[in-house]
Design a protein around this ligand. Structure first.
Ligand SMILES: [Fe+2]
Ligand SMILES: [Fe+2]
Length: 273
């Protein structure tokens, strides 16, 4: 079987509609307004279904990414030459099992909310972060940045279920959240173990994580305020091995991006007057 497959090789049937990353980031609808699953918004049902579909395709790619990391690298202790601990592979296999369960939960939850598979587009940015040639970068980009985003999103959707009185959503999101904390923890643990004697590699991997975290801020949508379209779940992130300083860095980067976008919008509205 081939190792290191490209995102174009992912198996999908005709129900899925692929969107390029370029389209995603230039889509004017990906703004704070449509991204915020606000219970008071008039179109809250559509917003929540779109978010749920995004979670579902994210779960498929998380499954595929963890599967690739379990398979793409040989087991051994020659970390400098691409080998990884056998126990790391076992953790990735366990993660596949969790993500497969999340795929089932997510699509059933999407249907429970009145949505259906293929109703919204799929972007493969998440899997792309799992295509790095260095397994340590995958741990940083996928298990810490991407799975960290899952912690934020599931905490927020669990709270949304509480606010809207939907116990099915609360239970589903809470169960998945517990798994995602474990996945981030695995990333923190193995990143530290594999780079124990290689501080340069650790530093570069954490820089890569910051780049991926920057992309997952989705043009400044993450923050700690209630009205943030994606709320940072500081407490659960800390349970998963993030330091307060690391959460601060994500929050500050998002706030900076948000301020730049707001300044841009204000300038545009002044010019339009
Ligand atoms: Fe998941
Ligand atoms: Fe996960």
């Amino acid at each position: 079987m081939k190792t290191h497959i490209s995102p174009t090789a992912l198996a999908r049937d005709t129900r899925f509609n692929r969107q390029t990353s370029e389209d995603r980031f230039t889509d004017p609808r990906s703004t704070m307004e449509v991204g915020h699953v606000d219970p008071m918004a008039e179109d809250v049902g559509d917003r929540a279904r779109r978010r749920m579909h995004g979670i579902f395709v994210g779960e498929i790619q998380a499954l595929e990414g963890a599967g690739r990391t379990a398979f793409d690298f040989p087991a051994g202790d020659d970390y400098a030459n691409g080998e990884i601990p056998y126990e790391l592979k076992l953790d990735m296999a366990r993660q596949c099992w969790d993500e497969a369960r999340h795929c089932e939960i997510s699509i059933k939850l999407a249907e429970h909310m009145g949505g259906e598979l293929g109703e919204y587009v799929e972007n493969t940015m998440l899997f792309e972060a799992a295509c790095h040639n260095d397994p340590v970068f995958r741990l940083a980009g996928v298990n810490r940045a991407l799975e960290g985003l899952a912690i934020d999103v599931f905490t927020q959707m669990r709270d949304f279920g509480r606010e809207t009185g939907d116990p099915v959503m609360v239970y589903c999101e809470d169960f998945m959240l517990a798994d995602e904390v474990t996945h981030v923890k695995m990333g923190s643990k193995w990143l530290r173990a594999v780079t124990e004697n290689d501080p340069e590699r650790r530093k570069s991997a954490l820089e890569f994580q910051r780049v991926v975290d920057g992309l997952f801020n989705f043009r400044g949508q993450r923050g700690e305020e209630y009205e943030s379209p994606i709320r940072l779940a500081r407490q659960f992130r800390k349970m998963a091995g993030f330091t307060d300083g690391e959460v601060d860095v994500i929050a500050e980067a998002a706030a900076k991006e948000r301020a730049a976008i707001e300044a841009e919008q204000m300038a545009a509205s002044i010019l339009a007057e």
